[in-house]
Design a protein around this ligand. Structure first.
Ligand SMILES: O=C(O)CCC(=O)C(=O)O
Length: 209
């Protein structure tokens, strides 16, 4: 993979590589995602309170993040098909190595599909066994307004994530509150059926350093 350029952000530990994936790499990654969907189809999880998410989800890897009235957790199987999640596309593991410099390899990749009107409220990623490892996020398709603020509360910062951008929650930003306020519908034609795909790589299980 060629060198990818990181830019400085206003939030300590929030790392951003704009345009890390070029147009061909984005197309190839979308193909890799959709090729895996037969084995791990999108579904619409429920919050622990019983409300459906507006985002559709699937996962790749040995573990997948799920939410239902029992709560949030990682599990090795798809909640609707009962099948193991498909493997993580190898190009995402290369991207992990090229960006976050973290020796532990991700064992979970949450796949979020934002169709018309979908968004994601401010939250923290804290269901992983070891909160020391970063979370790496890849944006594909329509641009989105991403909001981030410190774990302990206070003001938030909003920035636009475009297709091919890669960002990470590391160090002091690992538990940052973050979410998607709005997707700029029709700003890209990359995703079959329209919308935005987001892939987040996590070290979810107990993996020794
Ligand atoms: O879609 C995004 O960029 C954010 C996704 C996210 O916050 C998450 O999956 O926890």
């Amino acid at each position: 993979m060629s060198a990818i350029l990181e830019v400085k952000t206003a939030v300590e530990g929030f790392r951003l590589w704009p345009g890390a994936l070029d147009a061909q790499a984005q197309t190839d990654l979308v193909d890799a995602v959709f090729a895996r969907l037969e084995a791990g189809p999108f579904y619409r999880p429920q919050t622990p309170g019983g409300r459906p998410f507006s985002v559709q989800m699937s996962n790749f890897g040995p573990l997948g993040w799920v939410s239902d009235p029992v709560g949030y957790r990682y599990q090795p199987t798809h909640p609707e098909t009962g099948r193991a999640w498909p493997d993580i596309p190898p190009v995402l593991l290369d991207l992990w190595d090229a960006t976050v410099g973290e020796p532990r390899r991700p064992d979970a990749c949450l796949v979020n599909l934002y169709r018309e009107g979908a968004k994601m409220g401010l939250h923290q990623d804290k269901d992983e066994a070891d909160l020391g490892a970063p979370v790496l996020s890849v944006s594909l398709g329509d641009a989105a307004m991403f909001r981030i603020g410190a774990a302990q509360g206070g003001r938030t910062t909003t920035l636009r994530l475009d297709s091919g951008d890669v960002c990470a929650l590391t160090g002091p930003a690992r538990l940052a509150r973050h979410g998607i306020d709005r997707v700029l519908e029709g700003s890209s034609r990359l995703i079959p059926g329209g919308g935005r795909l987001n892939l987040t790589l996590r070290v979810a299980g107990i993996s020794p350093r």
